[in-house]
Design a binder for this molecule. Structure first.
Ligand code: HGY
Ligand code: MN
Ligand code: MN
Length: 442
């Protein structure tokens, strides 16, 4: 940036800090230079956050309800206090930091993400949107900008296990799910307690449709489209629905040496055929649907014992919930056929469901305007990853902003996004938030 332009930016910044808190609010803000986040601070916070649950491969294993998760939350609470926010833990274990608006009668605008990770995950999934949300709030404070709406900066608990924190708020979490065992080994109910929530009082965290003026989430794309097409910002048109099942295959454990091949009820053989069937059925219809068997365990697990039981998972995703259901029905029918062929039986237990969520077209256009103001290119695109935003979409207008993932890699220590792209995303989040705050309909 040359000296003249740098001087103009500084002057604009000084002017905006005085205008922004001017009682004219919106009109004054339009005269001032638009606020920008402190990019160096944002990226520094991301590096500091990556310490919690850091693993030798260079990413993080920060499983929900683990010590690393709780320590990272303490770090985040400190950042929120530095940003002059008032954080608290809701009954579902989510961190909610409130910032007062000029008009307390208005419903709050929520924005945030998650900081829990998958096993051997990366340093950006959820973290970018969480750190950017705090940075946006801190920038508003430093530039003395007070929005009309109250703001709630949100860090949702256990997003990776299945949007547990955000679905508790949206009322989509069932009591049975509190017994689900999370990857940390704790049940979801015990995990909520571990984080400072109260699973007996989830109703206190509950919000209903109309309780929020809108929800925004910045996130890495977790795919390769933006990088491939050299686009700065993704504007999410909708988030896929996800259904996950635990699948138990029951056969008959027996001696691997004395049991003839034609007299076996080999649960692992049946499961292997099941995995192939999932792939074949899901690929048999046109579209962007996906199906995955992500985890499989054979019991008793000894080389000289024919597996008598297998427990695995099935996950199906698509923007169209009815397509997920029809794929599931075909897969279940194939499983029954596999079972009859070698005397095994399949049982499916639903683990959780994230319903597909379209974003709000009005919010999409605010994101597009914000990106244009910043001179950034945009692309409207679906999200093949699930996000807390799909739970919040049931409560009010939702919008998601993507920044490029290098190589399209995610859920891996190799996950990476360029610092400058992250700053672009945070500035689009900030500019969109101010537009949403000013929107006549919000
Ligand atoms: O699994 C997902 O799509 C998300 O990253 N939790
Ligand atoms: Mn995520
Ligand atoms: Mn993820």
């Amino acid at each position: 940036m040359n000296r003249r332009r740098f001087g103009a930016t500084v002057a604009g910044g000084l002017l905006s800090s005085r205008l922004a808190s001017h009682p004219l609010g919106r009109a004054a803000r339009l005269l001032a230079a638009p606020p920008r986040v402190d990019g160096a601070r944002l990226n520094r916070h991301l590096v500091e956050l990556s310490r919690f649950g850091a693993n030798p491969q260079g990413g993080v294993t920060r499983l929900a309800y683990s010590d690393a998760d709780r320590q990272a939350r303490e770090y985040v609470l400190g950042l929120m206090r530095d940003a002059k926010l008032t954080p608290s833990i809701d009954a579902a274990g989510n961190i909610i930091a409130a910032r007062a608006g000029r008009d307390p009668a208005r419903k709050p605008i929520l924005f945030g993400s998650h900081i829990d990770s998958v096993p051997e995950g990366g340093n950006y999934d959820g973290d970018v949107g969480s750190m950017a949300a705090i940075e946006v709030a801190q920038t508003l404070g430093e530039q003395a900008i007070t929005t009309r709406h109250p703001l709630h900066i949100t860090i949702w608990q256990n997003e990776e296990g299945g949007l547990y924190g955000s679905r508790a708020v949206s009322g989509q979490l069932t009591a049975d799910e509190l017994q689900n065992v999370s990857r940390s080994g704790k049940t979801v109910g015990d995990g909520i307690t571990f984080l400072g929530g109260d699973p007996q009082r989830l109703a206190q965290a509950r919000r209903v449709k109309g309780d929020i003026a809108g929800y925004l989430e910045l996130h890495i794309e977790q795919g390769g489209t933006l990088e491939r097409d050299h686009v700065d910002i993704g504007i999410v048109e909708g988030i896929v629905g996800i259904k996950q099942w635990e699948v138990t295959v029951t056969g008959f454990a027996n001696h691997a040496g004395t049991t003839p091949m034609d007299q076996r009820h080999d649960a692992l053989l049946a499961a292997a055929r099941f995995v192939e069937a999932v792939n074949r059925v899901v690929m048999s219809v046109p579209g962007r649907q996906v199906g995955t068997v992500g985890r499989i365990q054979a019991f008793p697990g000894a080389p000289n014992v024919i597996p008598g039981q297998v427990v695995c998972t099935l996950e199906l995703r698509d923007l169209d919930a009815s397509k997920v259901d029809s794929l599931y029905n075909r897969i279940a029918a194939e499983a029954t056929q596999i079972g009859t062929e070698n005397g095994t039986a399949f049982a499916f237990r639903m683990l959780h469901e994230n319903v597909p969520a379209p974003s709000d077209p009005r919010v999409r256009s605010l994101i597009a305007d914000a990106a244009r103001e910043l001179g950034l290119t945009t692309k409207v695109m679906p999200s093949g990853a699930g996000h807390d935003a799909q739970a919040l979409a049931t409560l009010g207008p939702m919008g998601m902003i993507f920044v490029p993932s290098i190589g399209g890699i995610s859920h891996s220590p190799k996950e990476f996004s360029q610092p400058n792209d992250i700053v672009n995303g945070a500035n689009v989040l900030l500019a969109t938030l101010l537009r949403l705050d000013d929107a006549a309909w919000s």
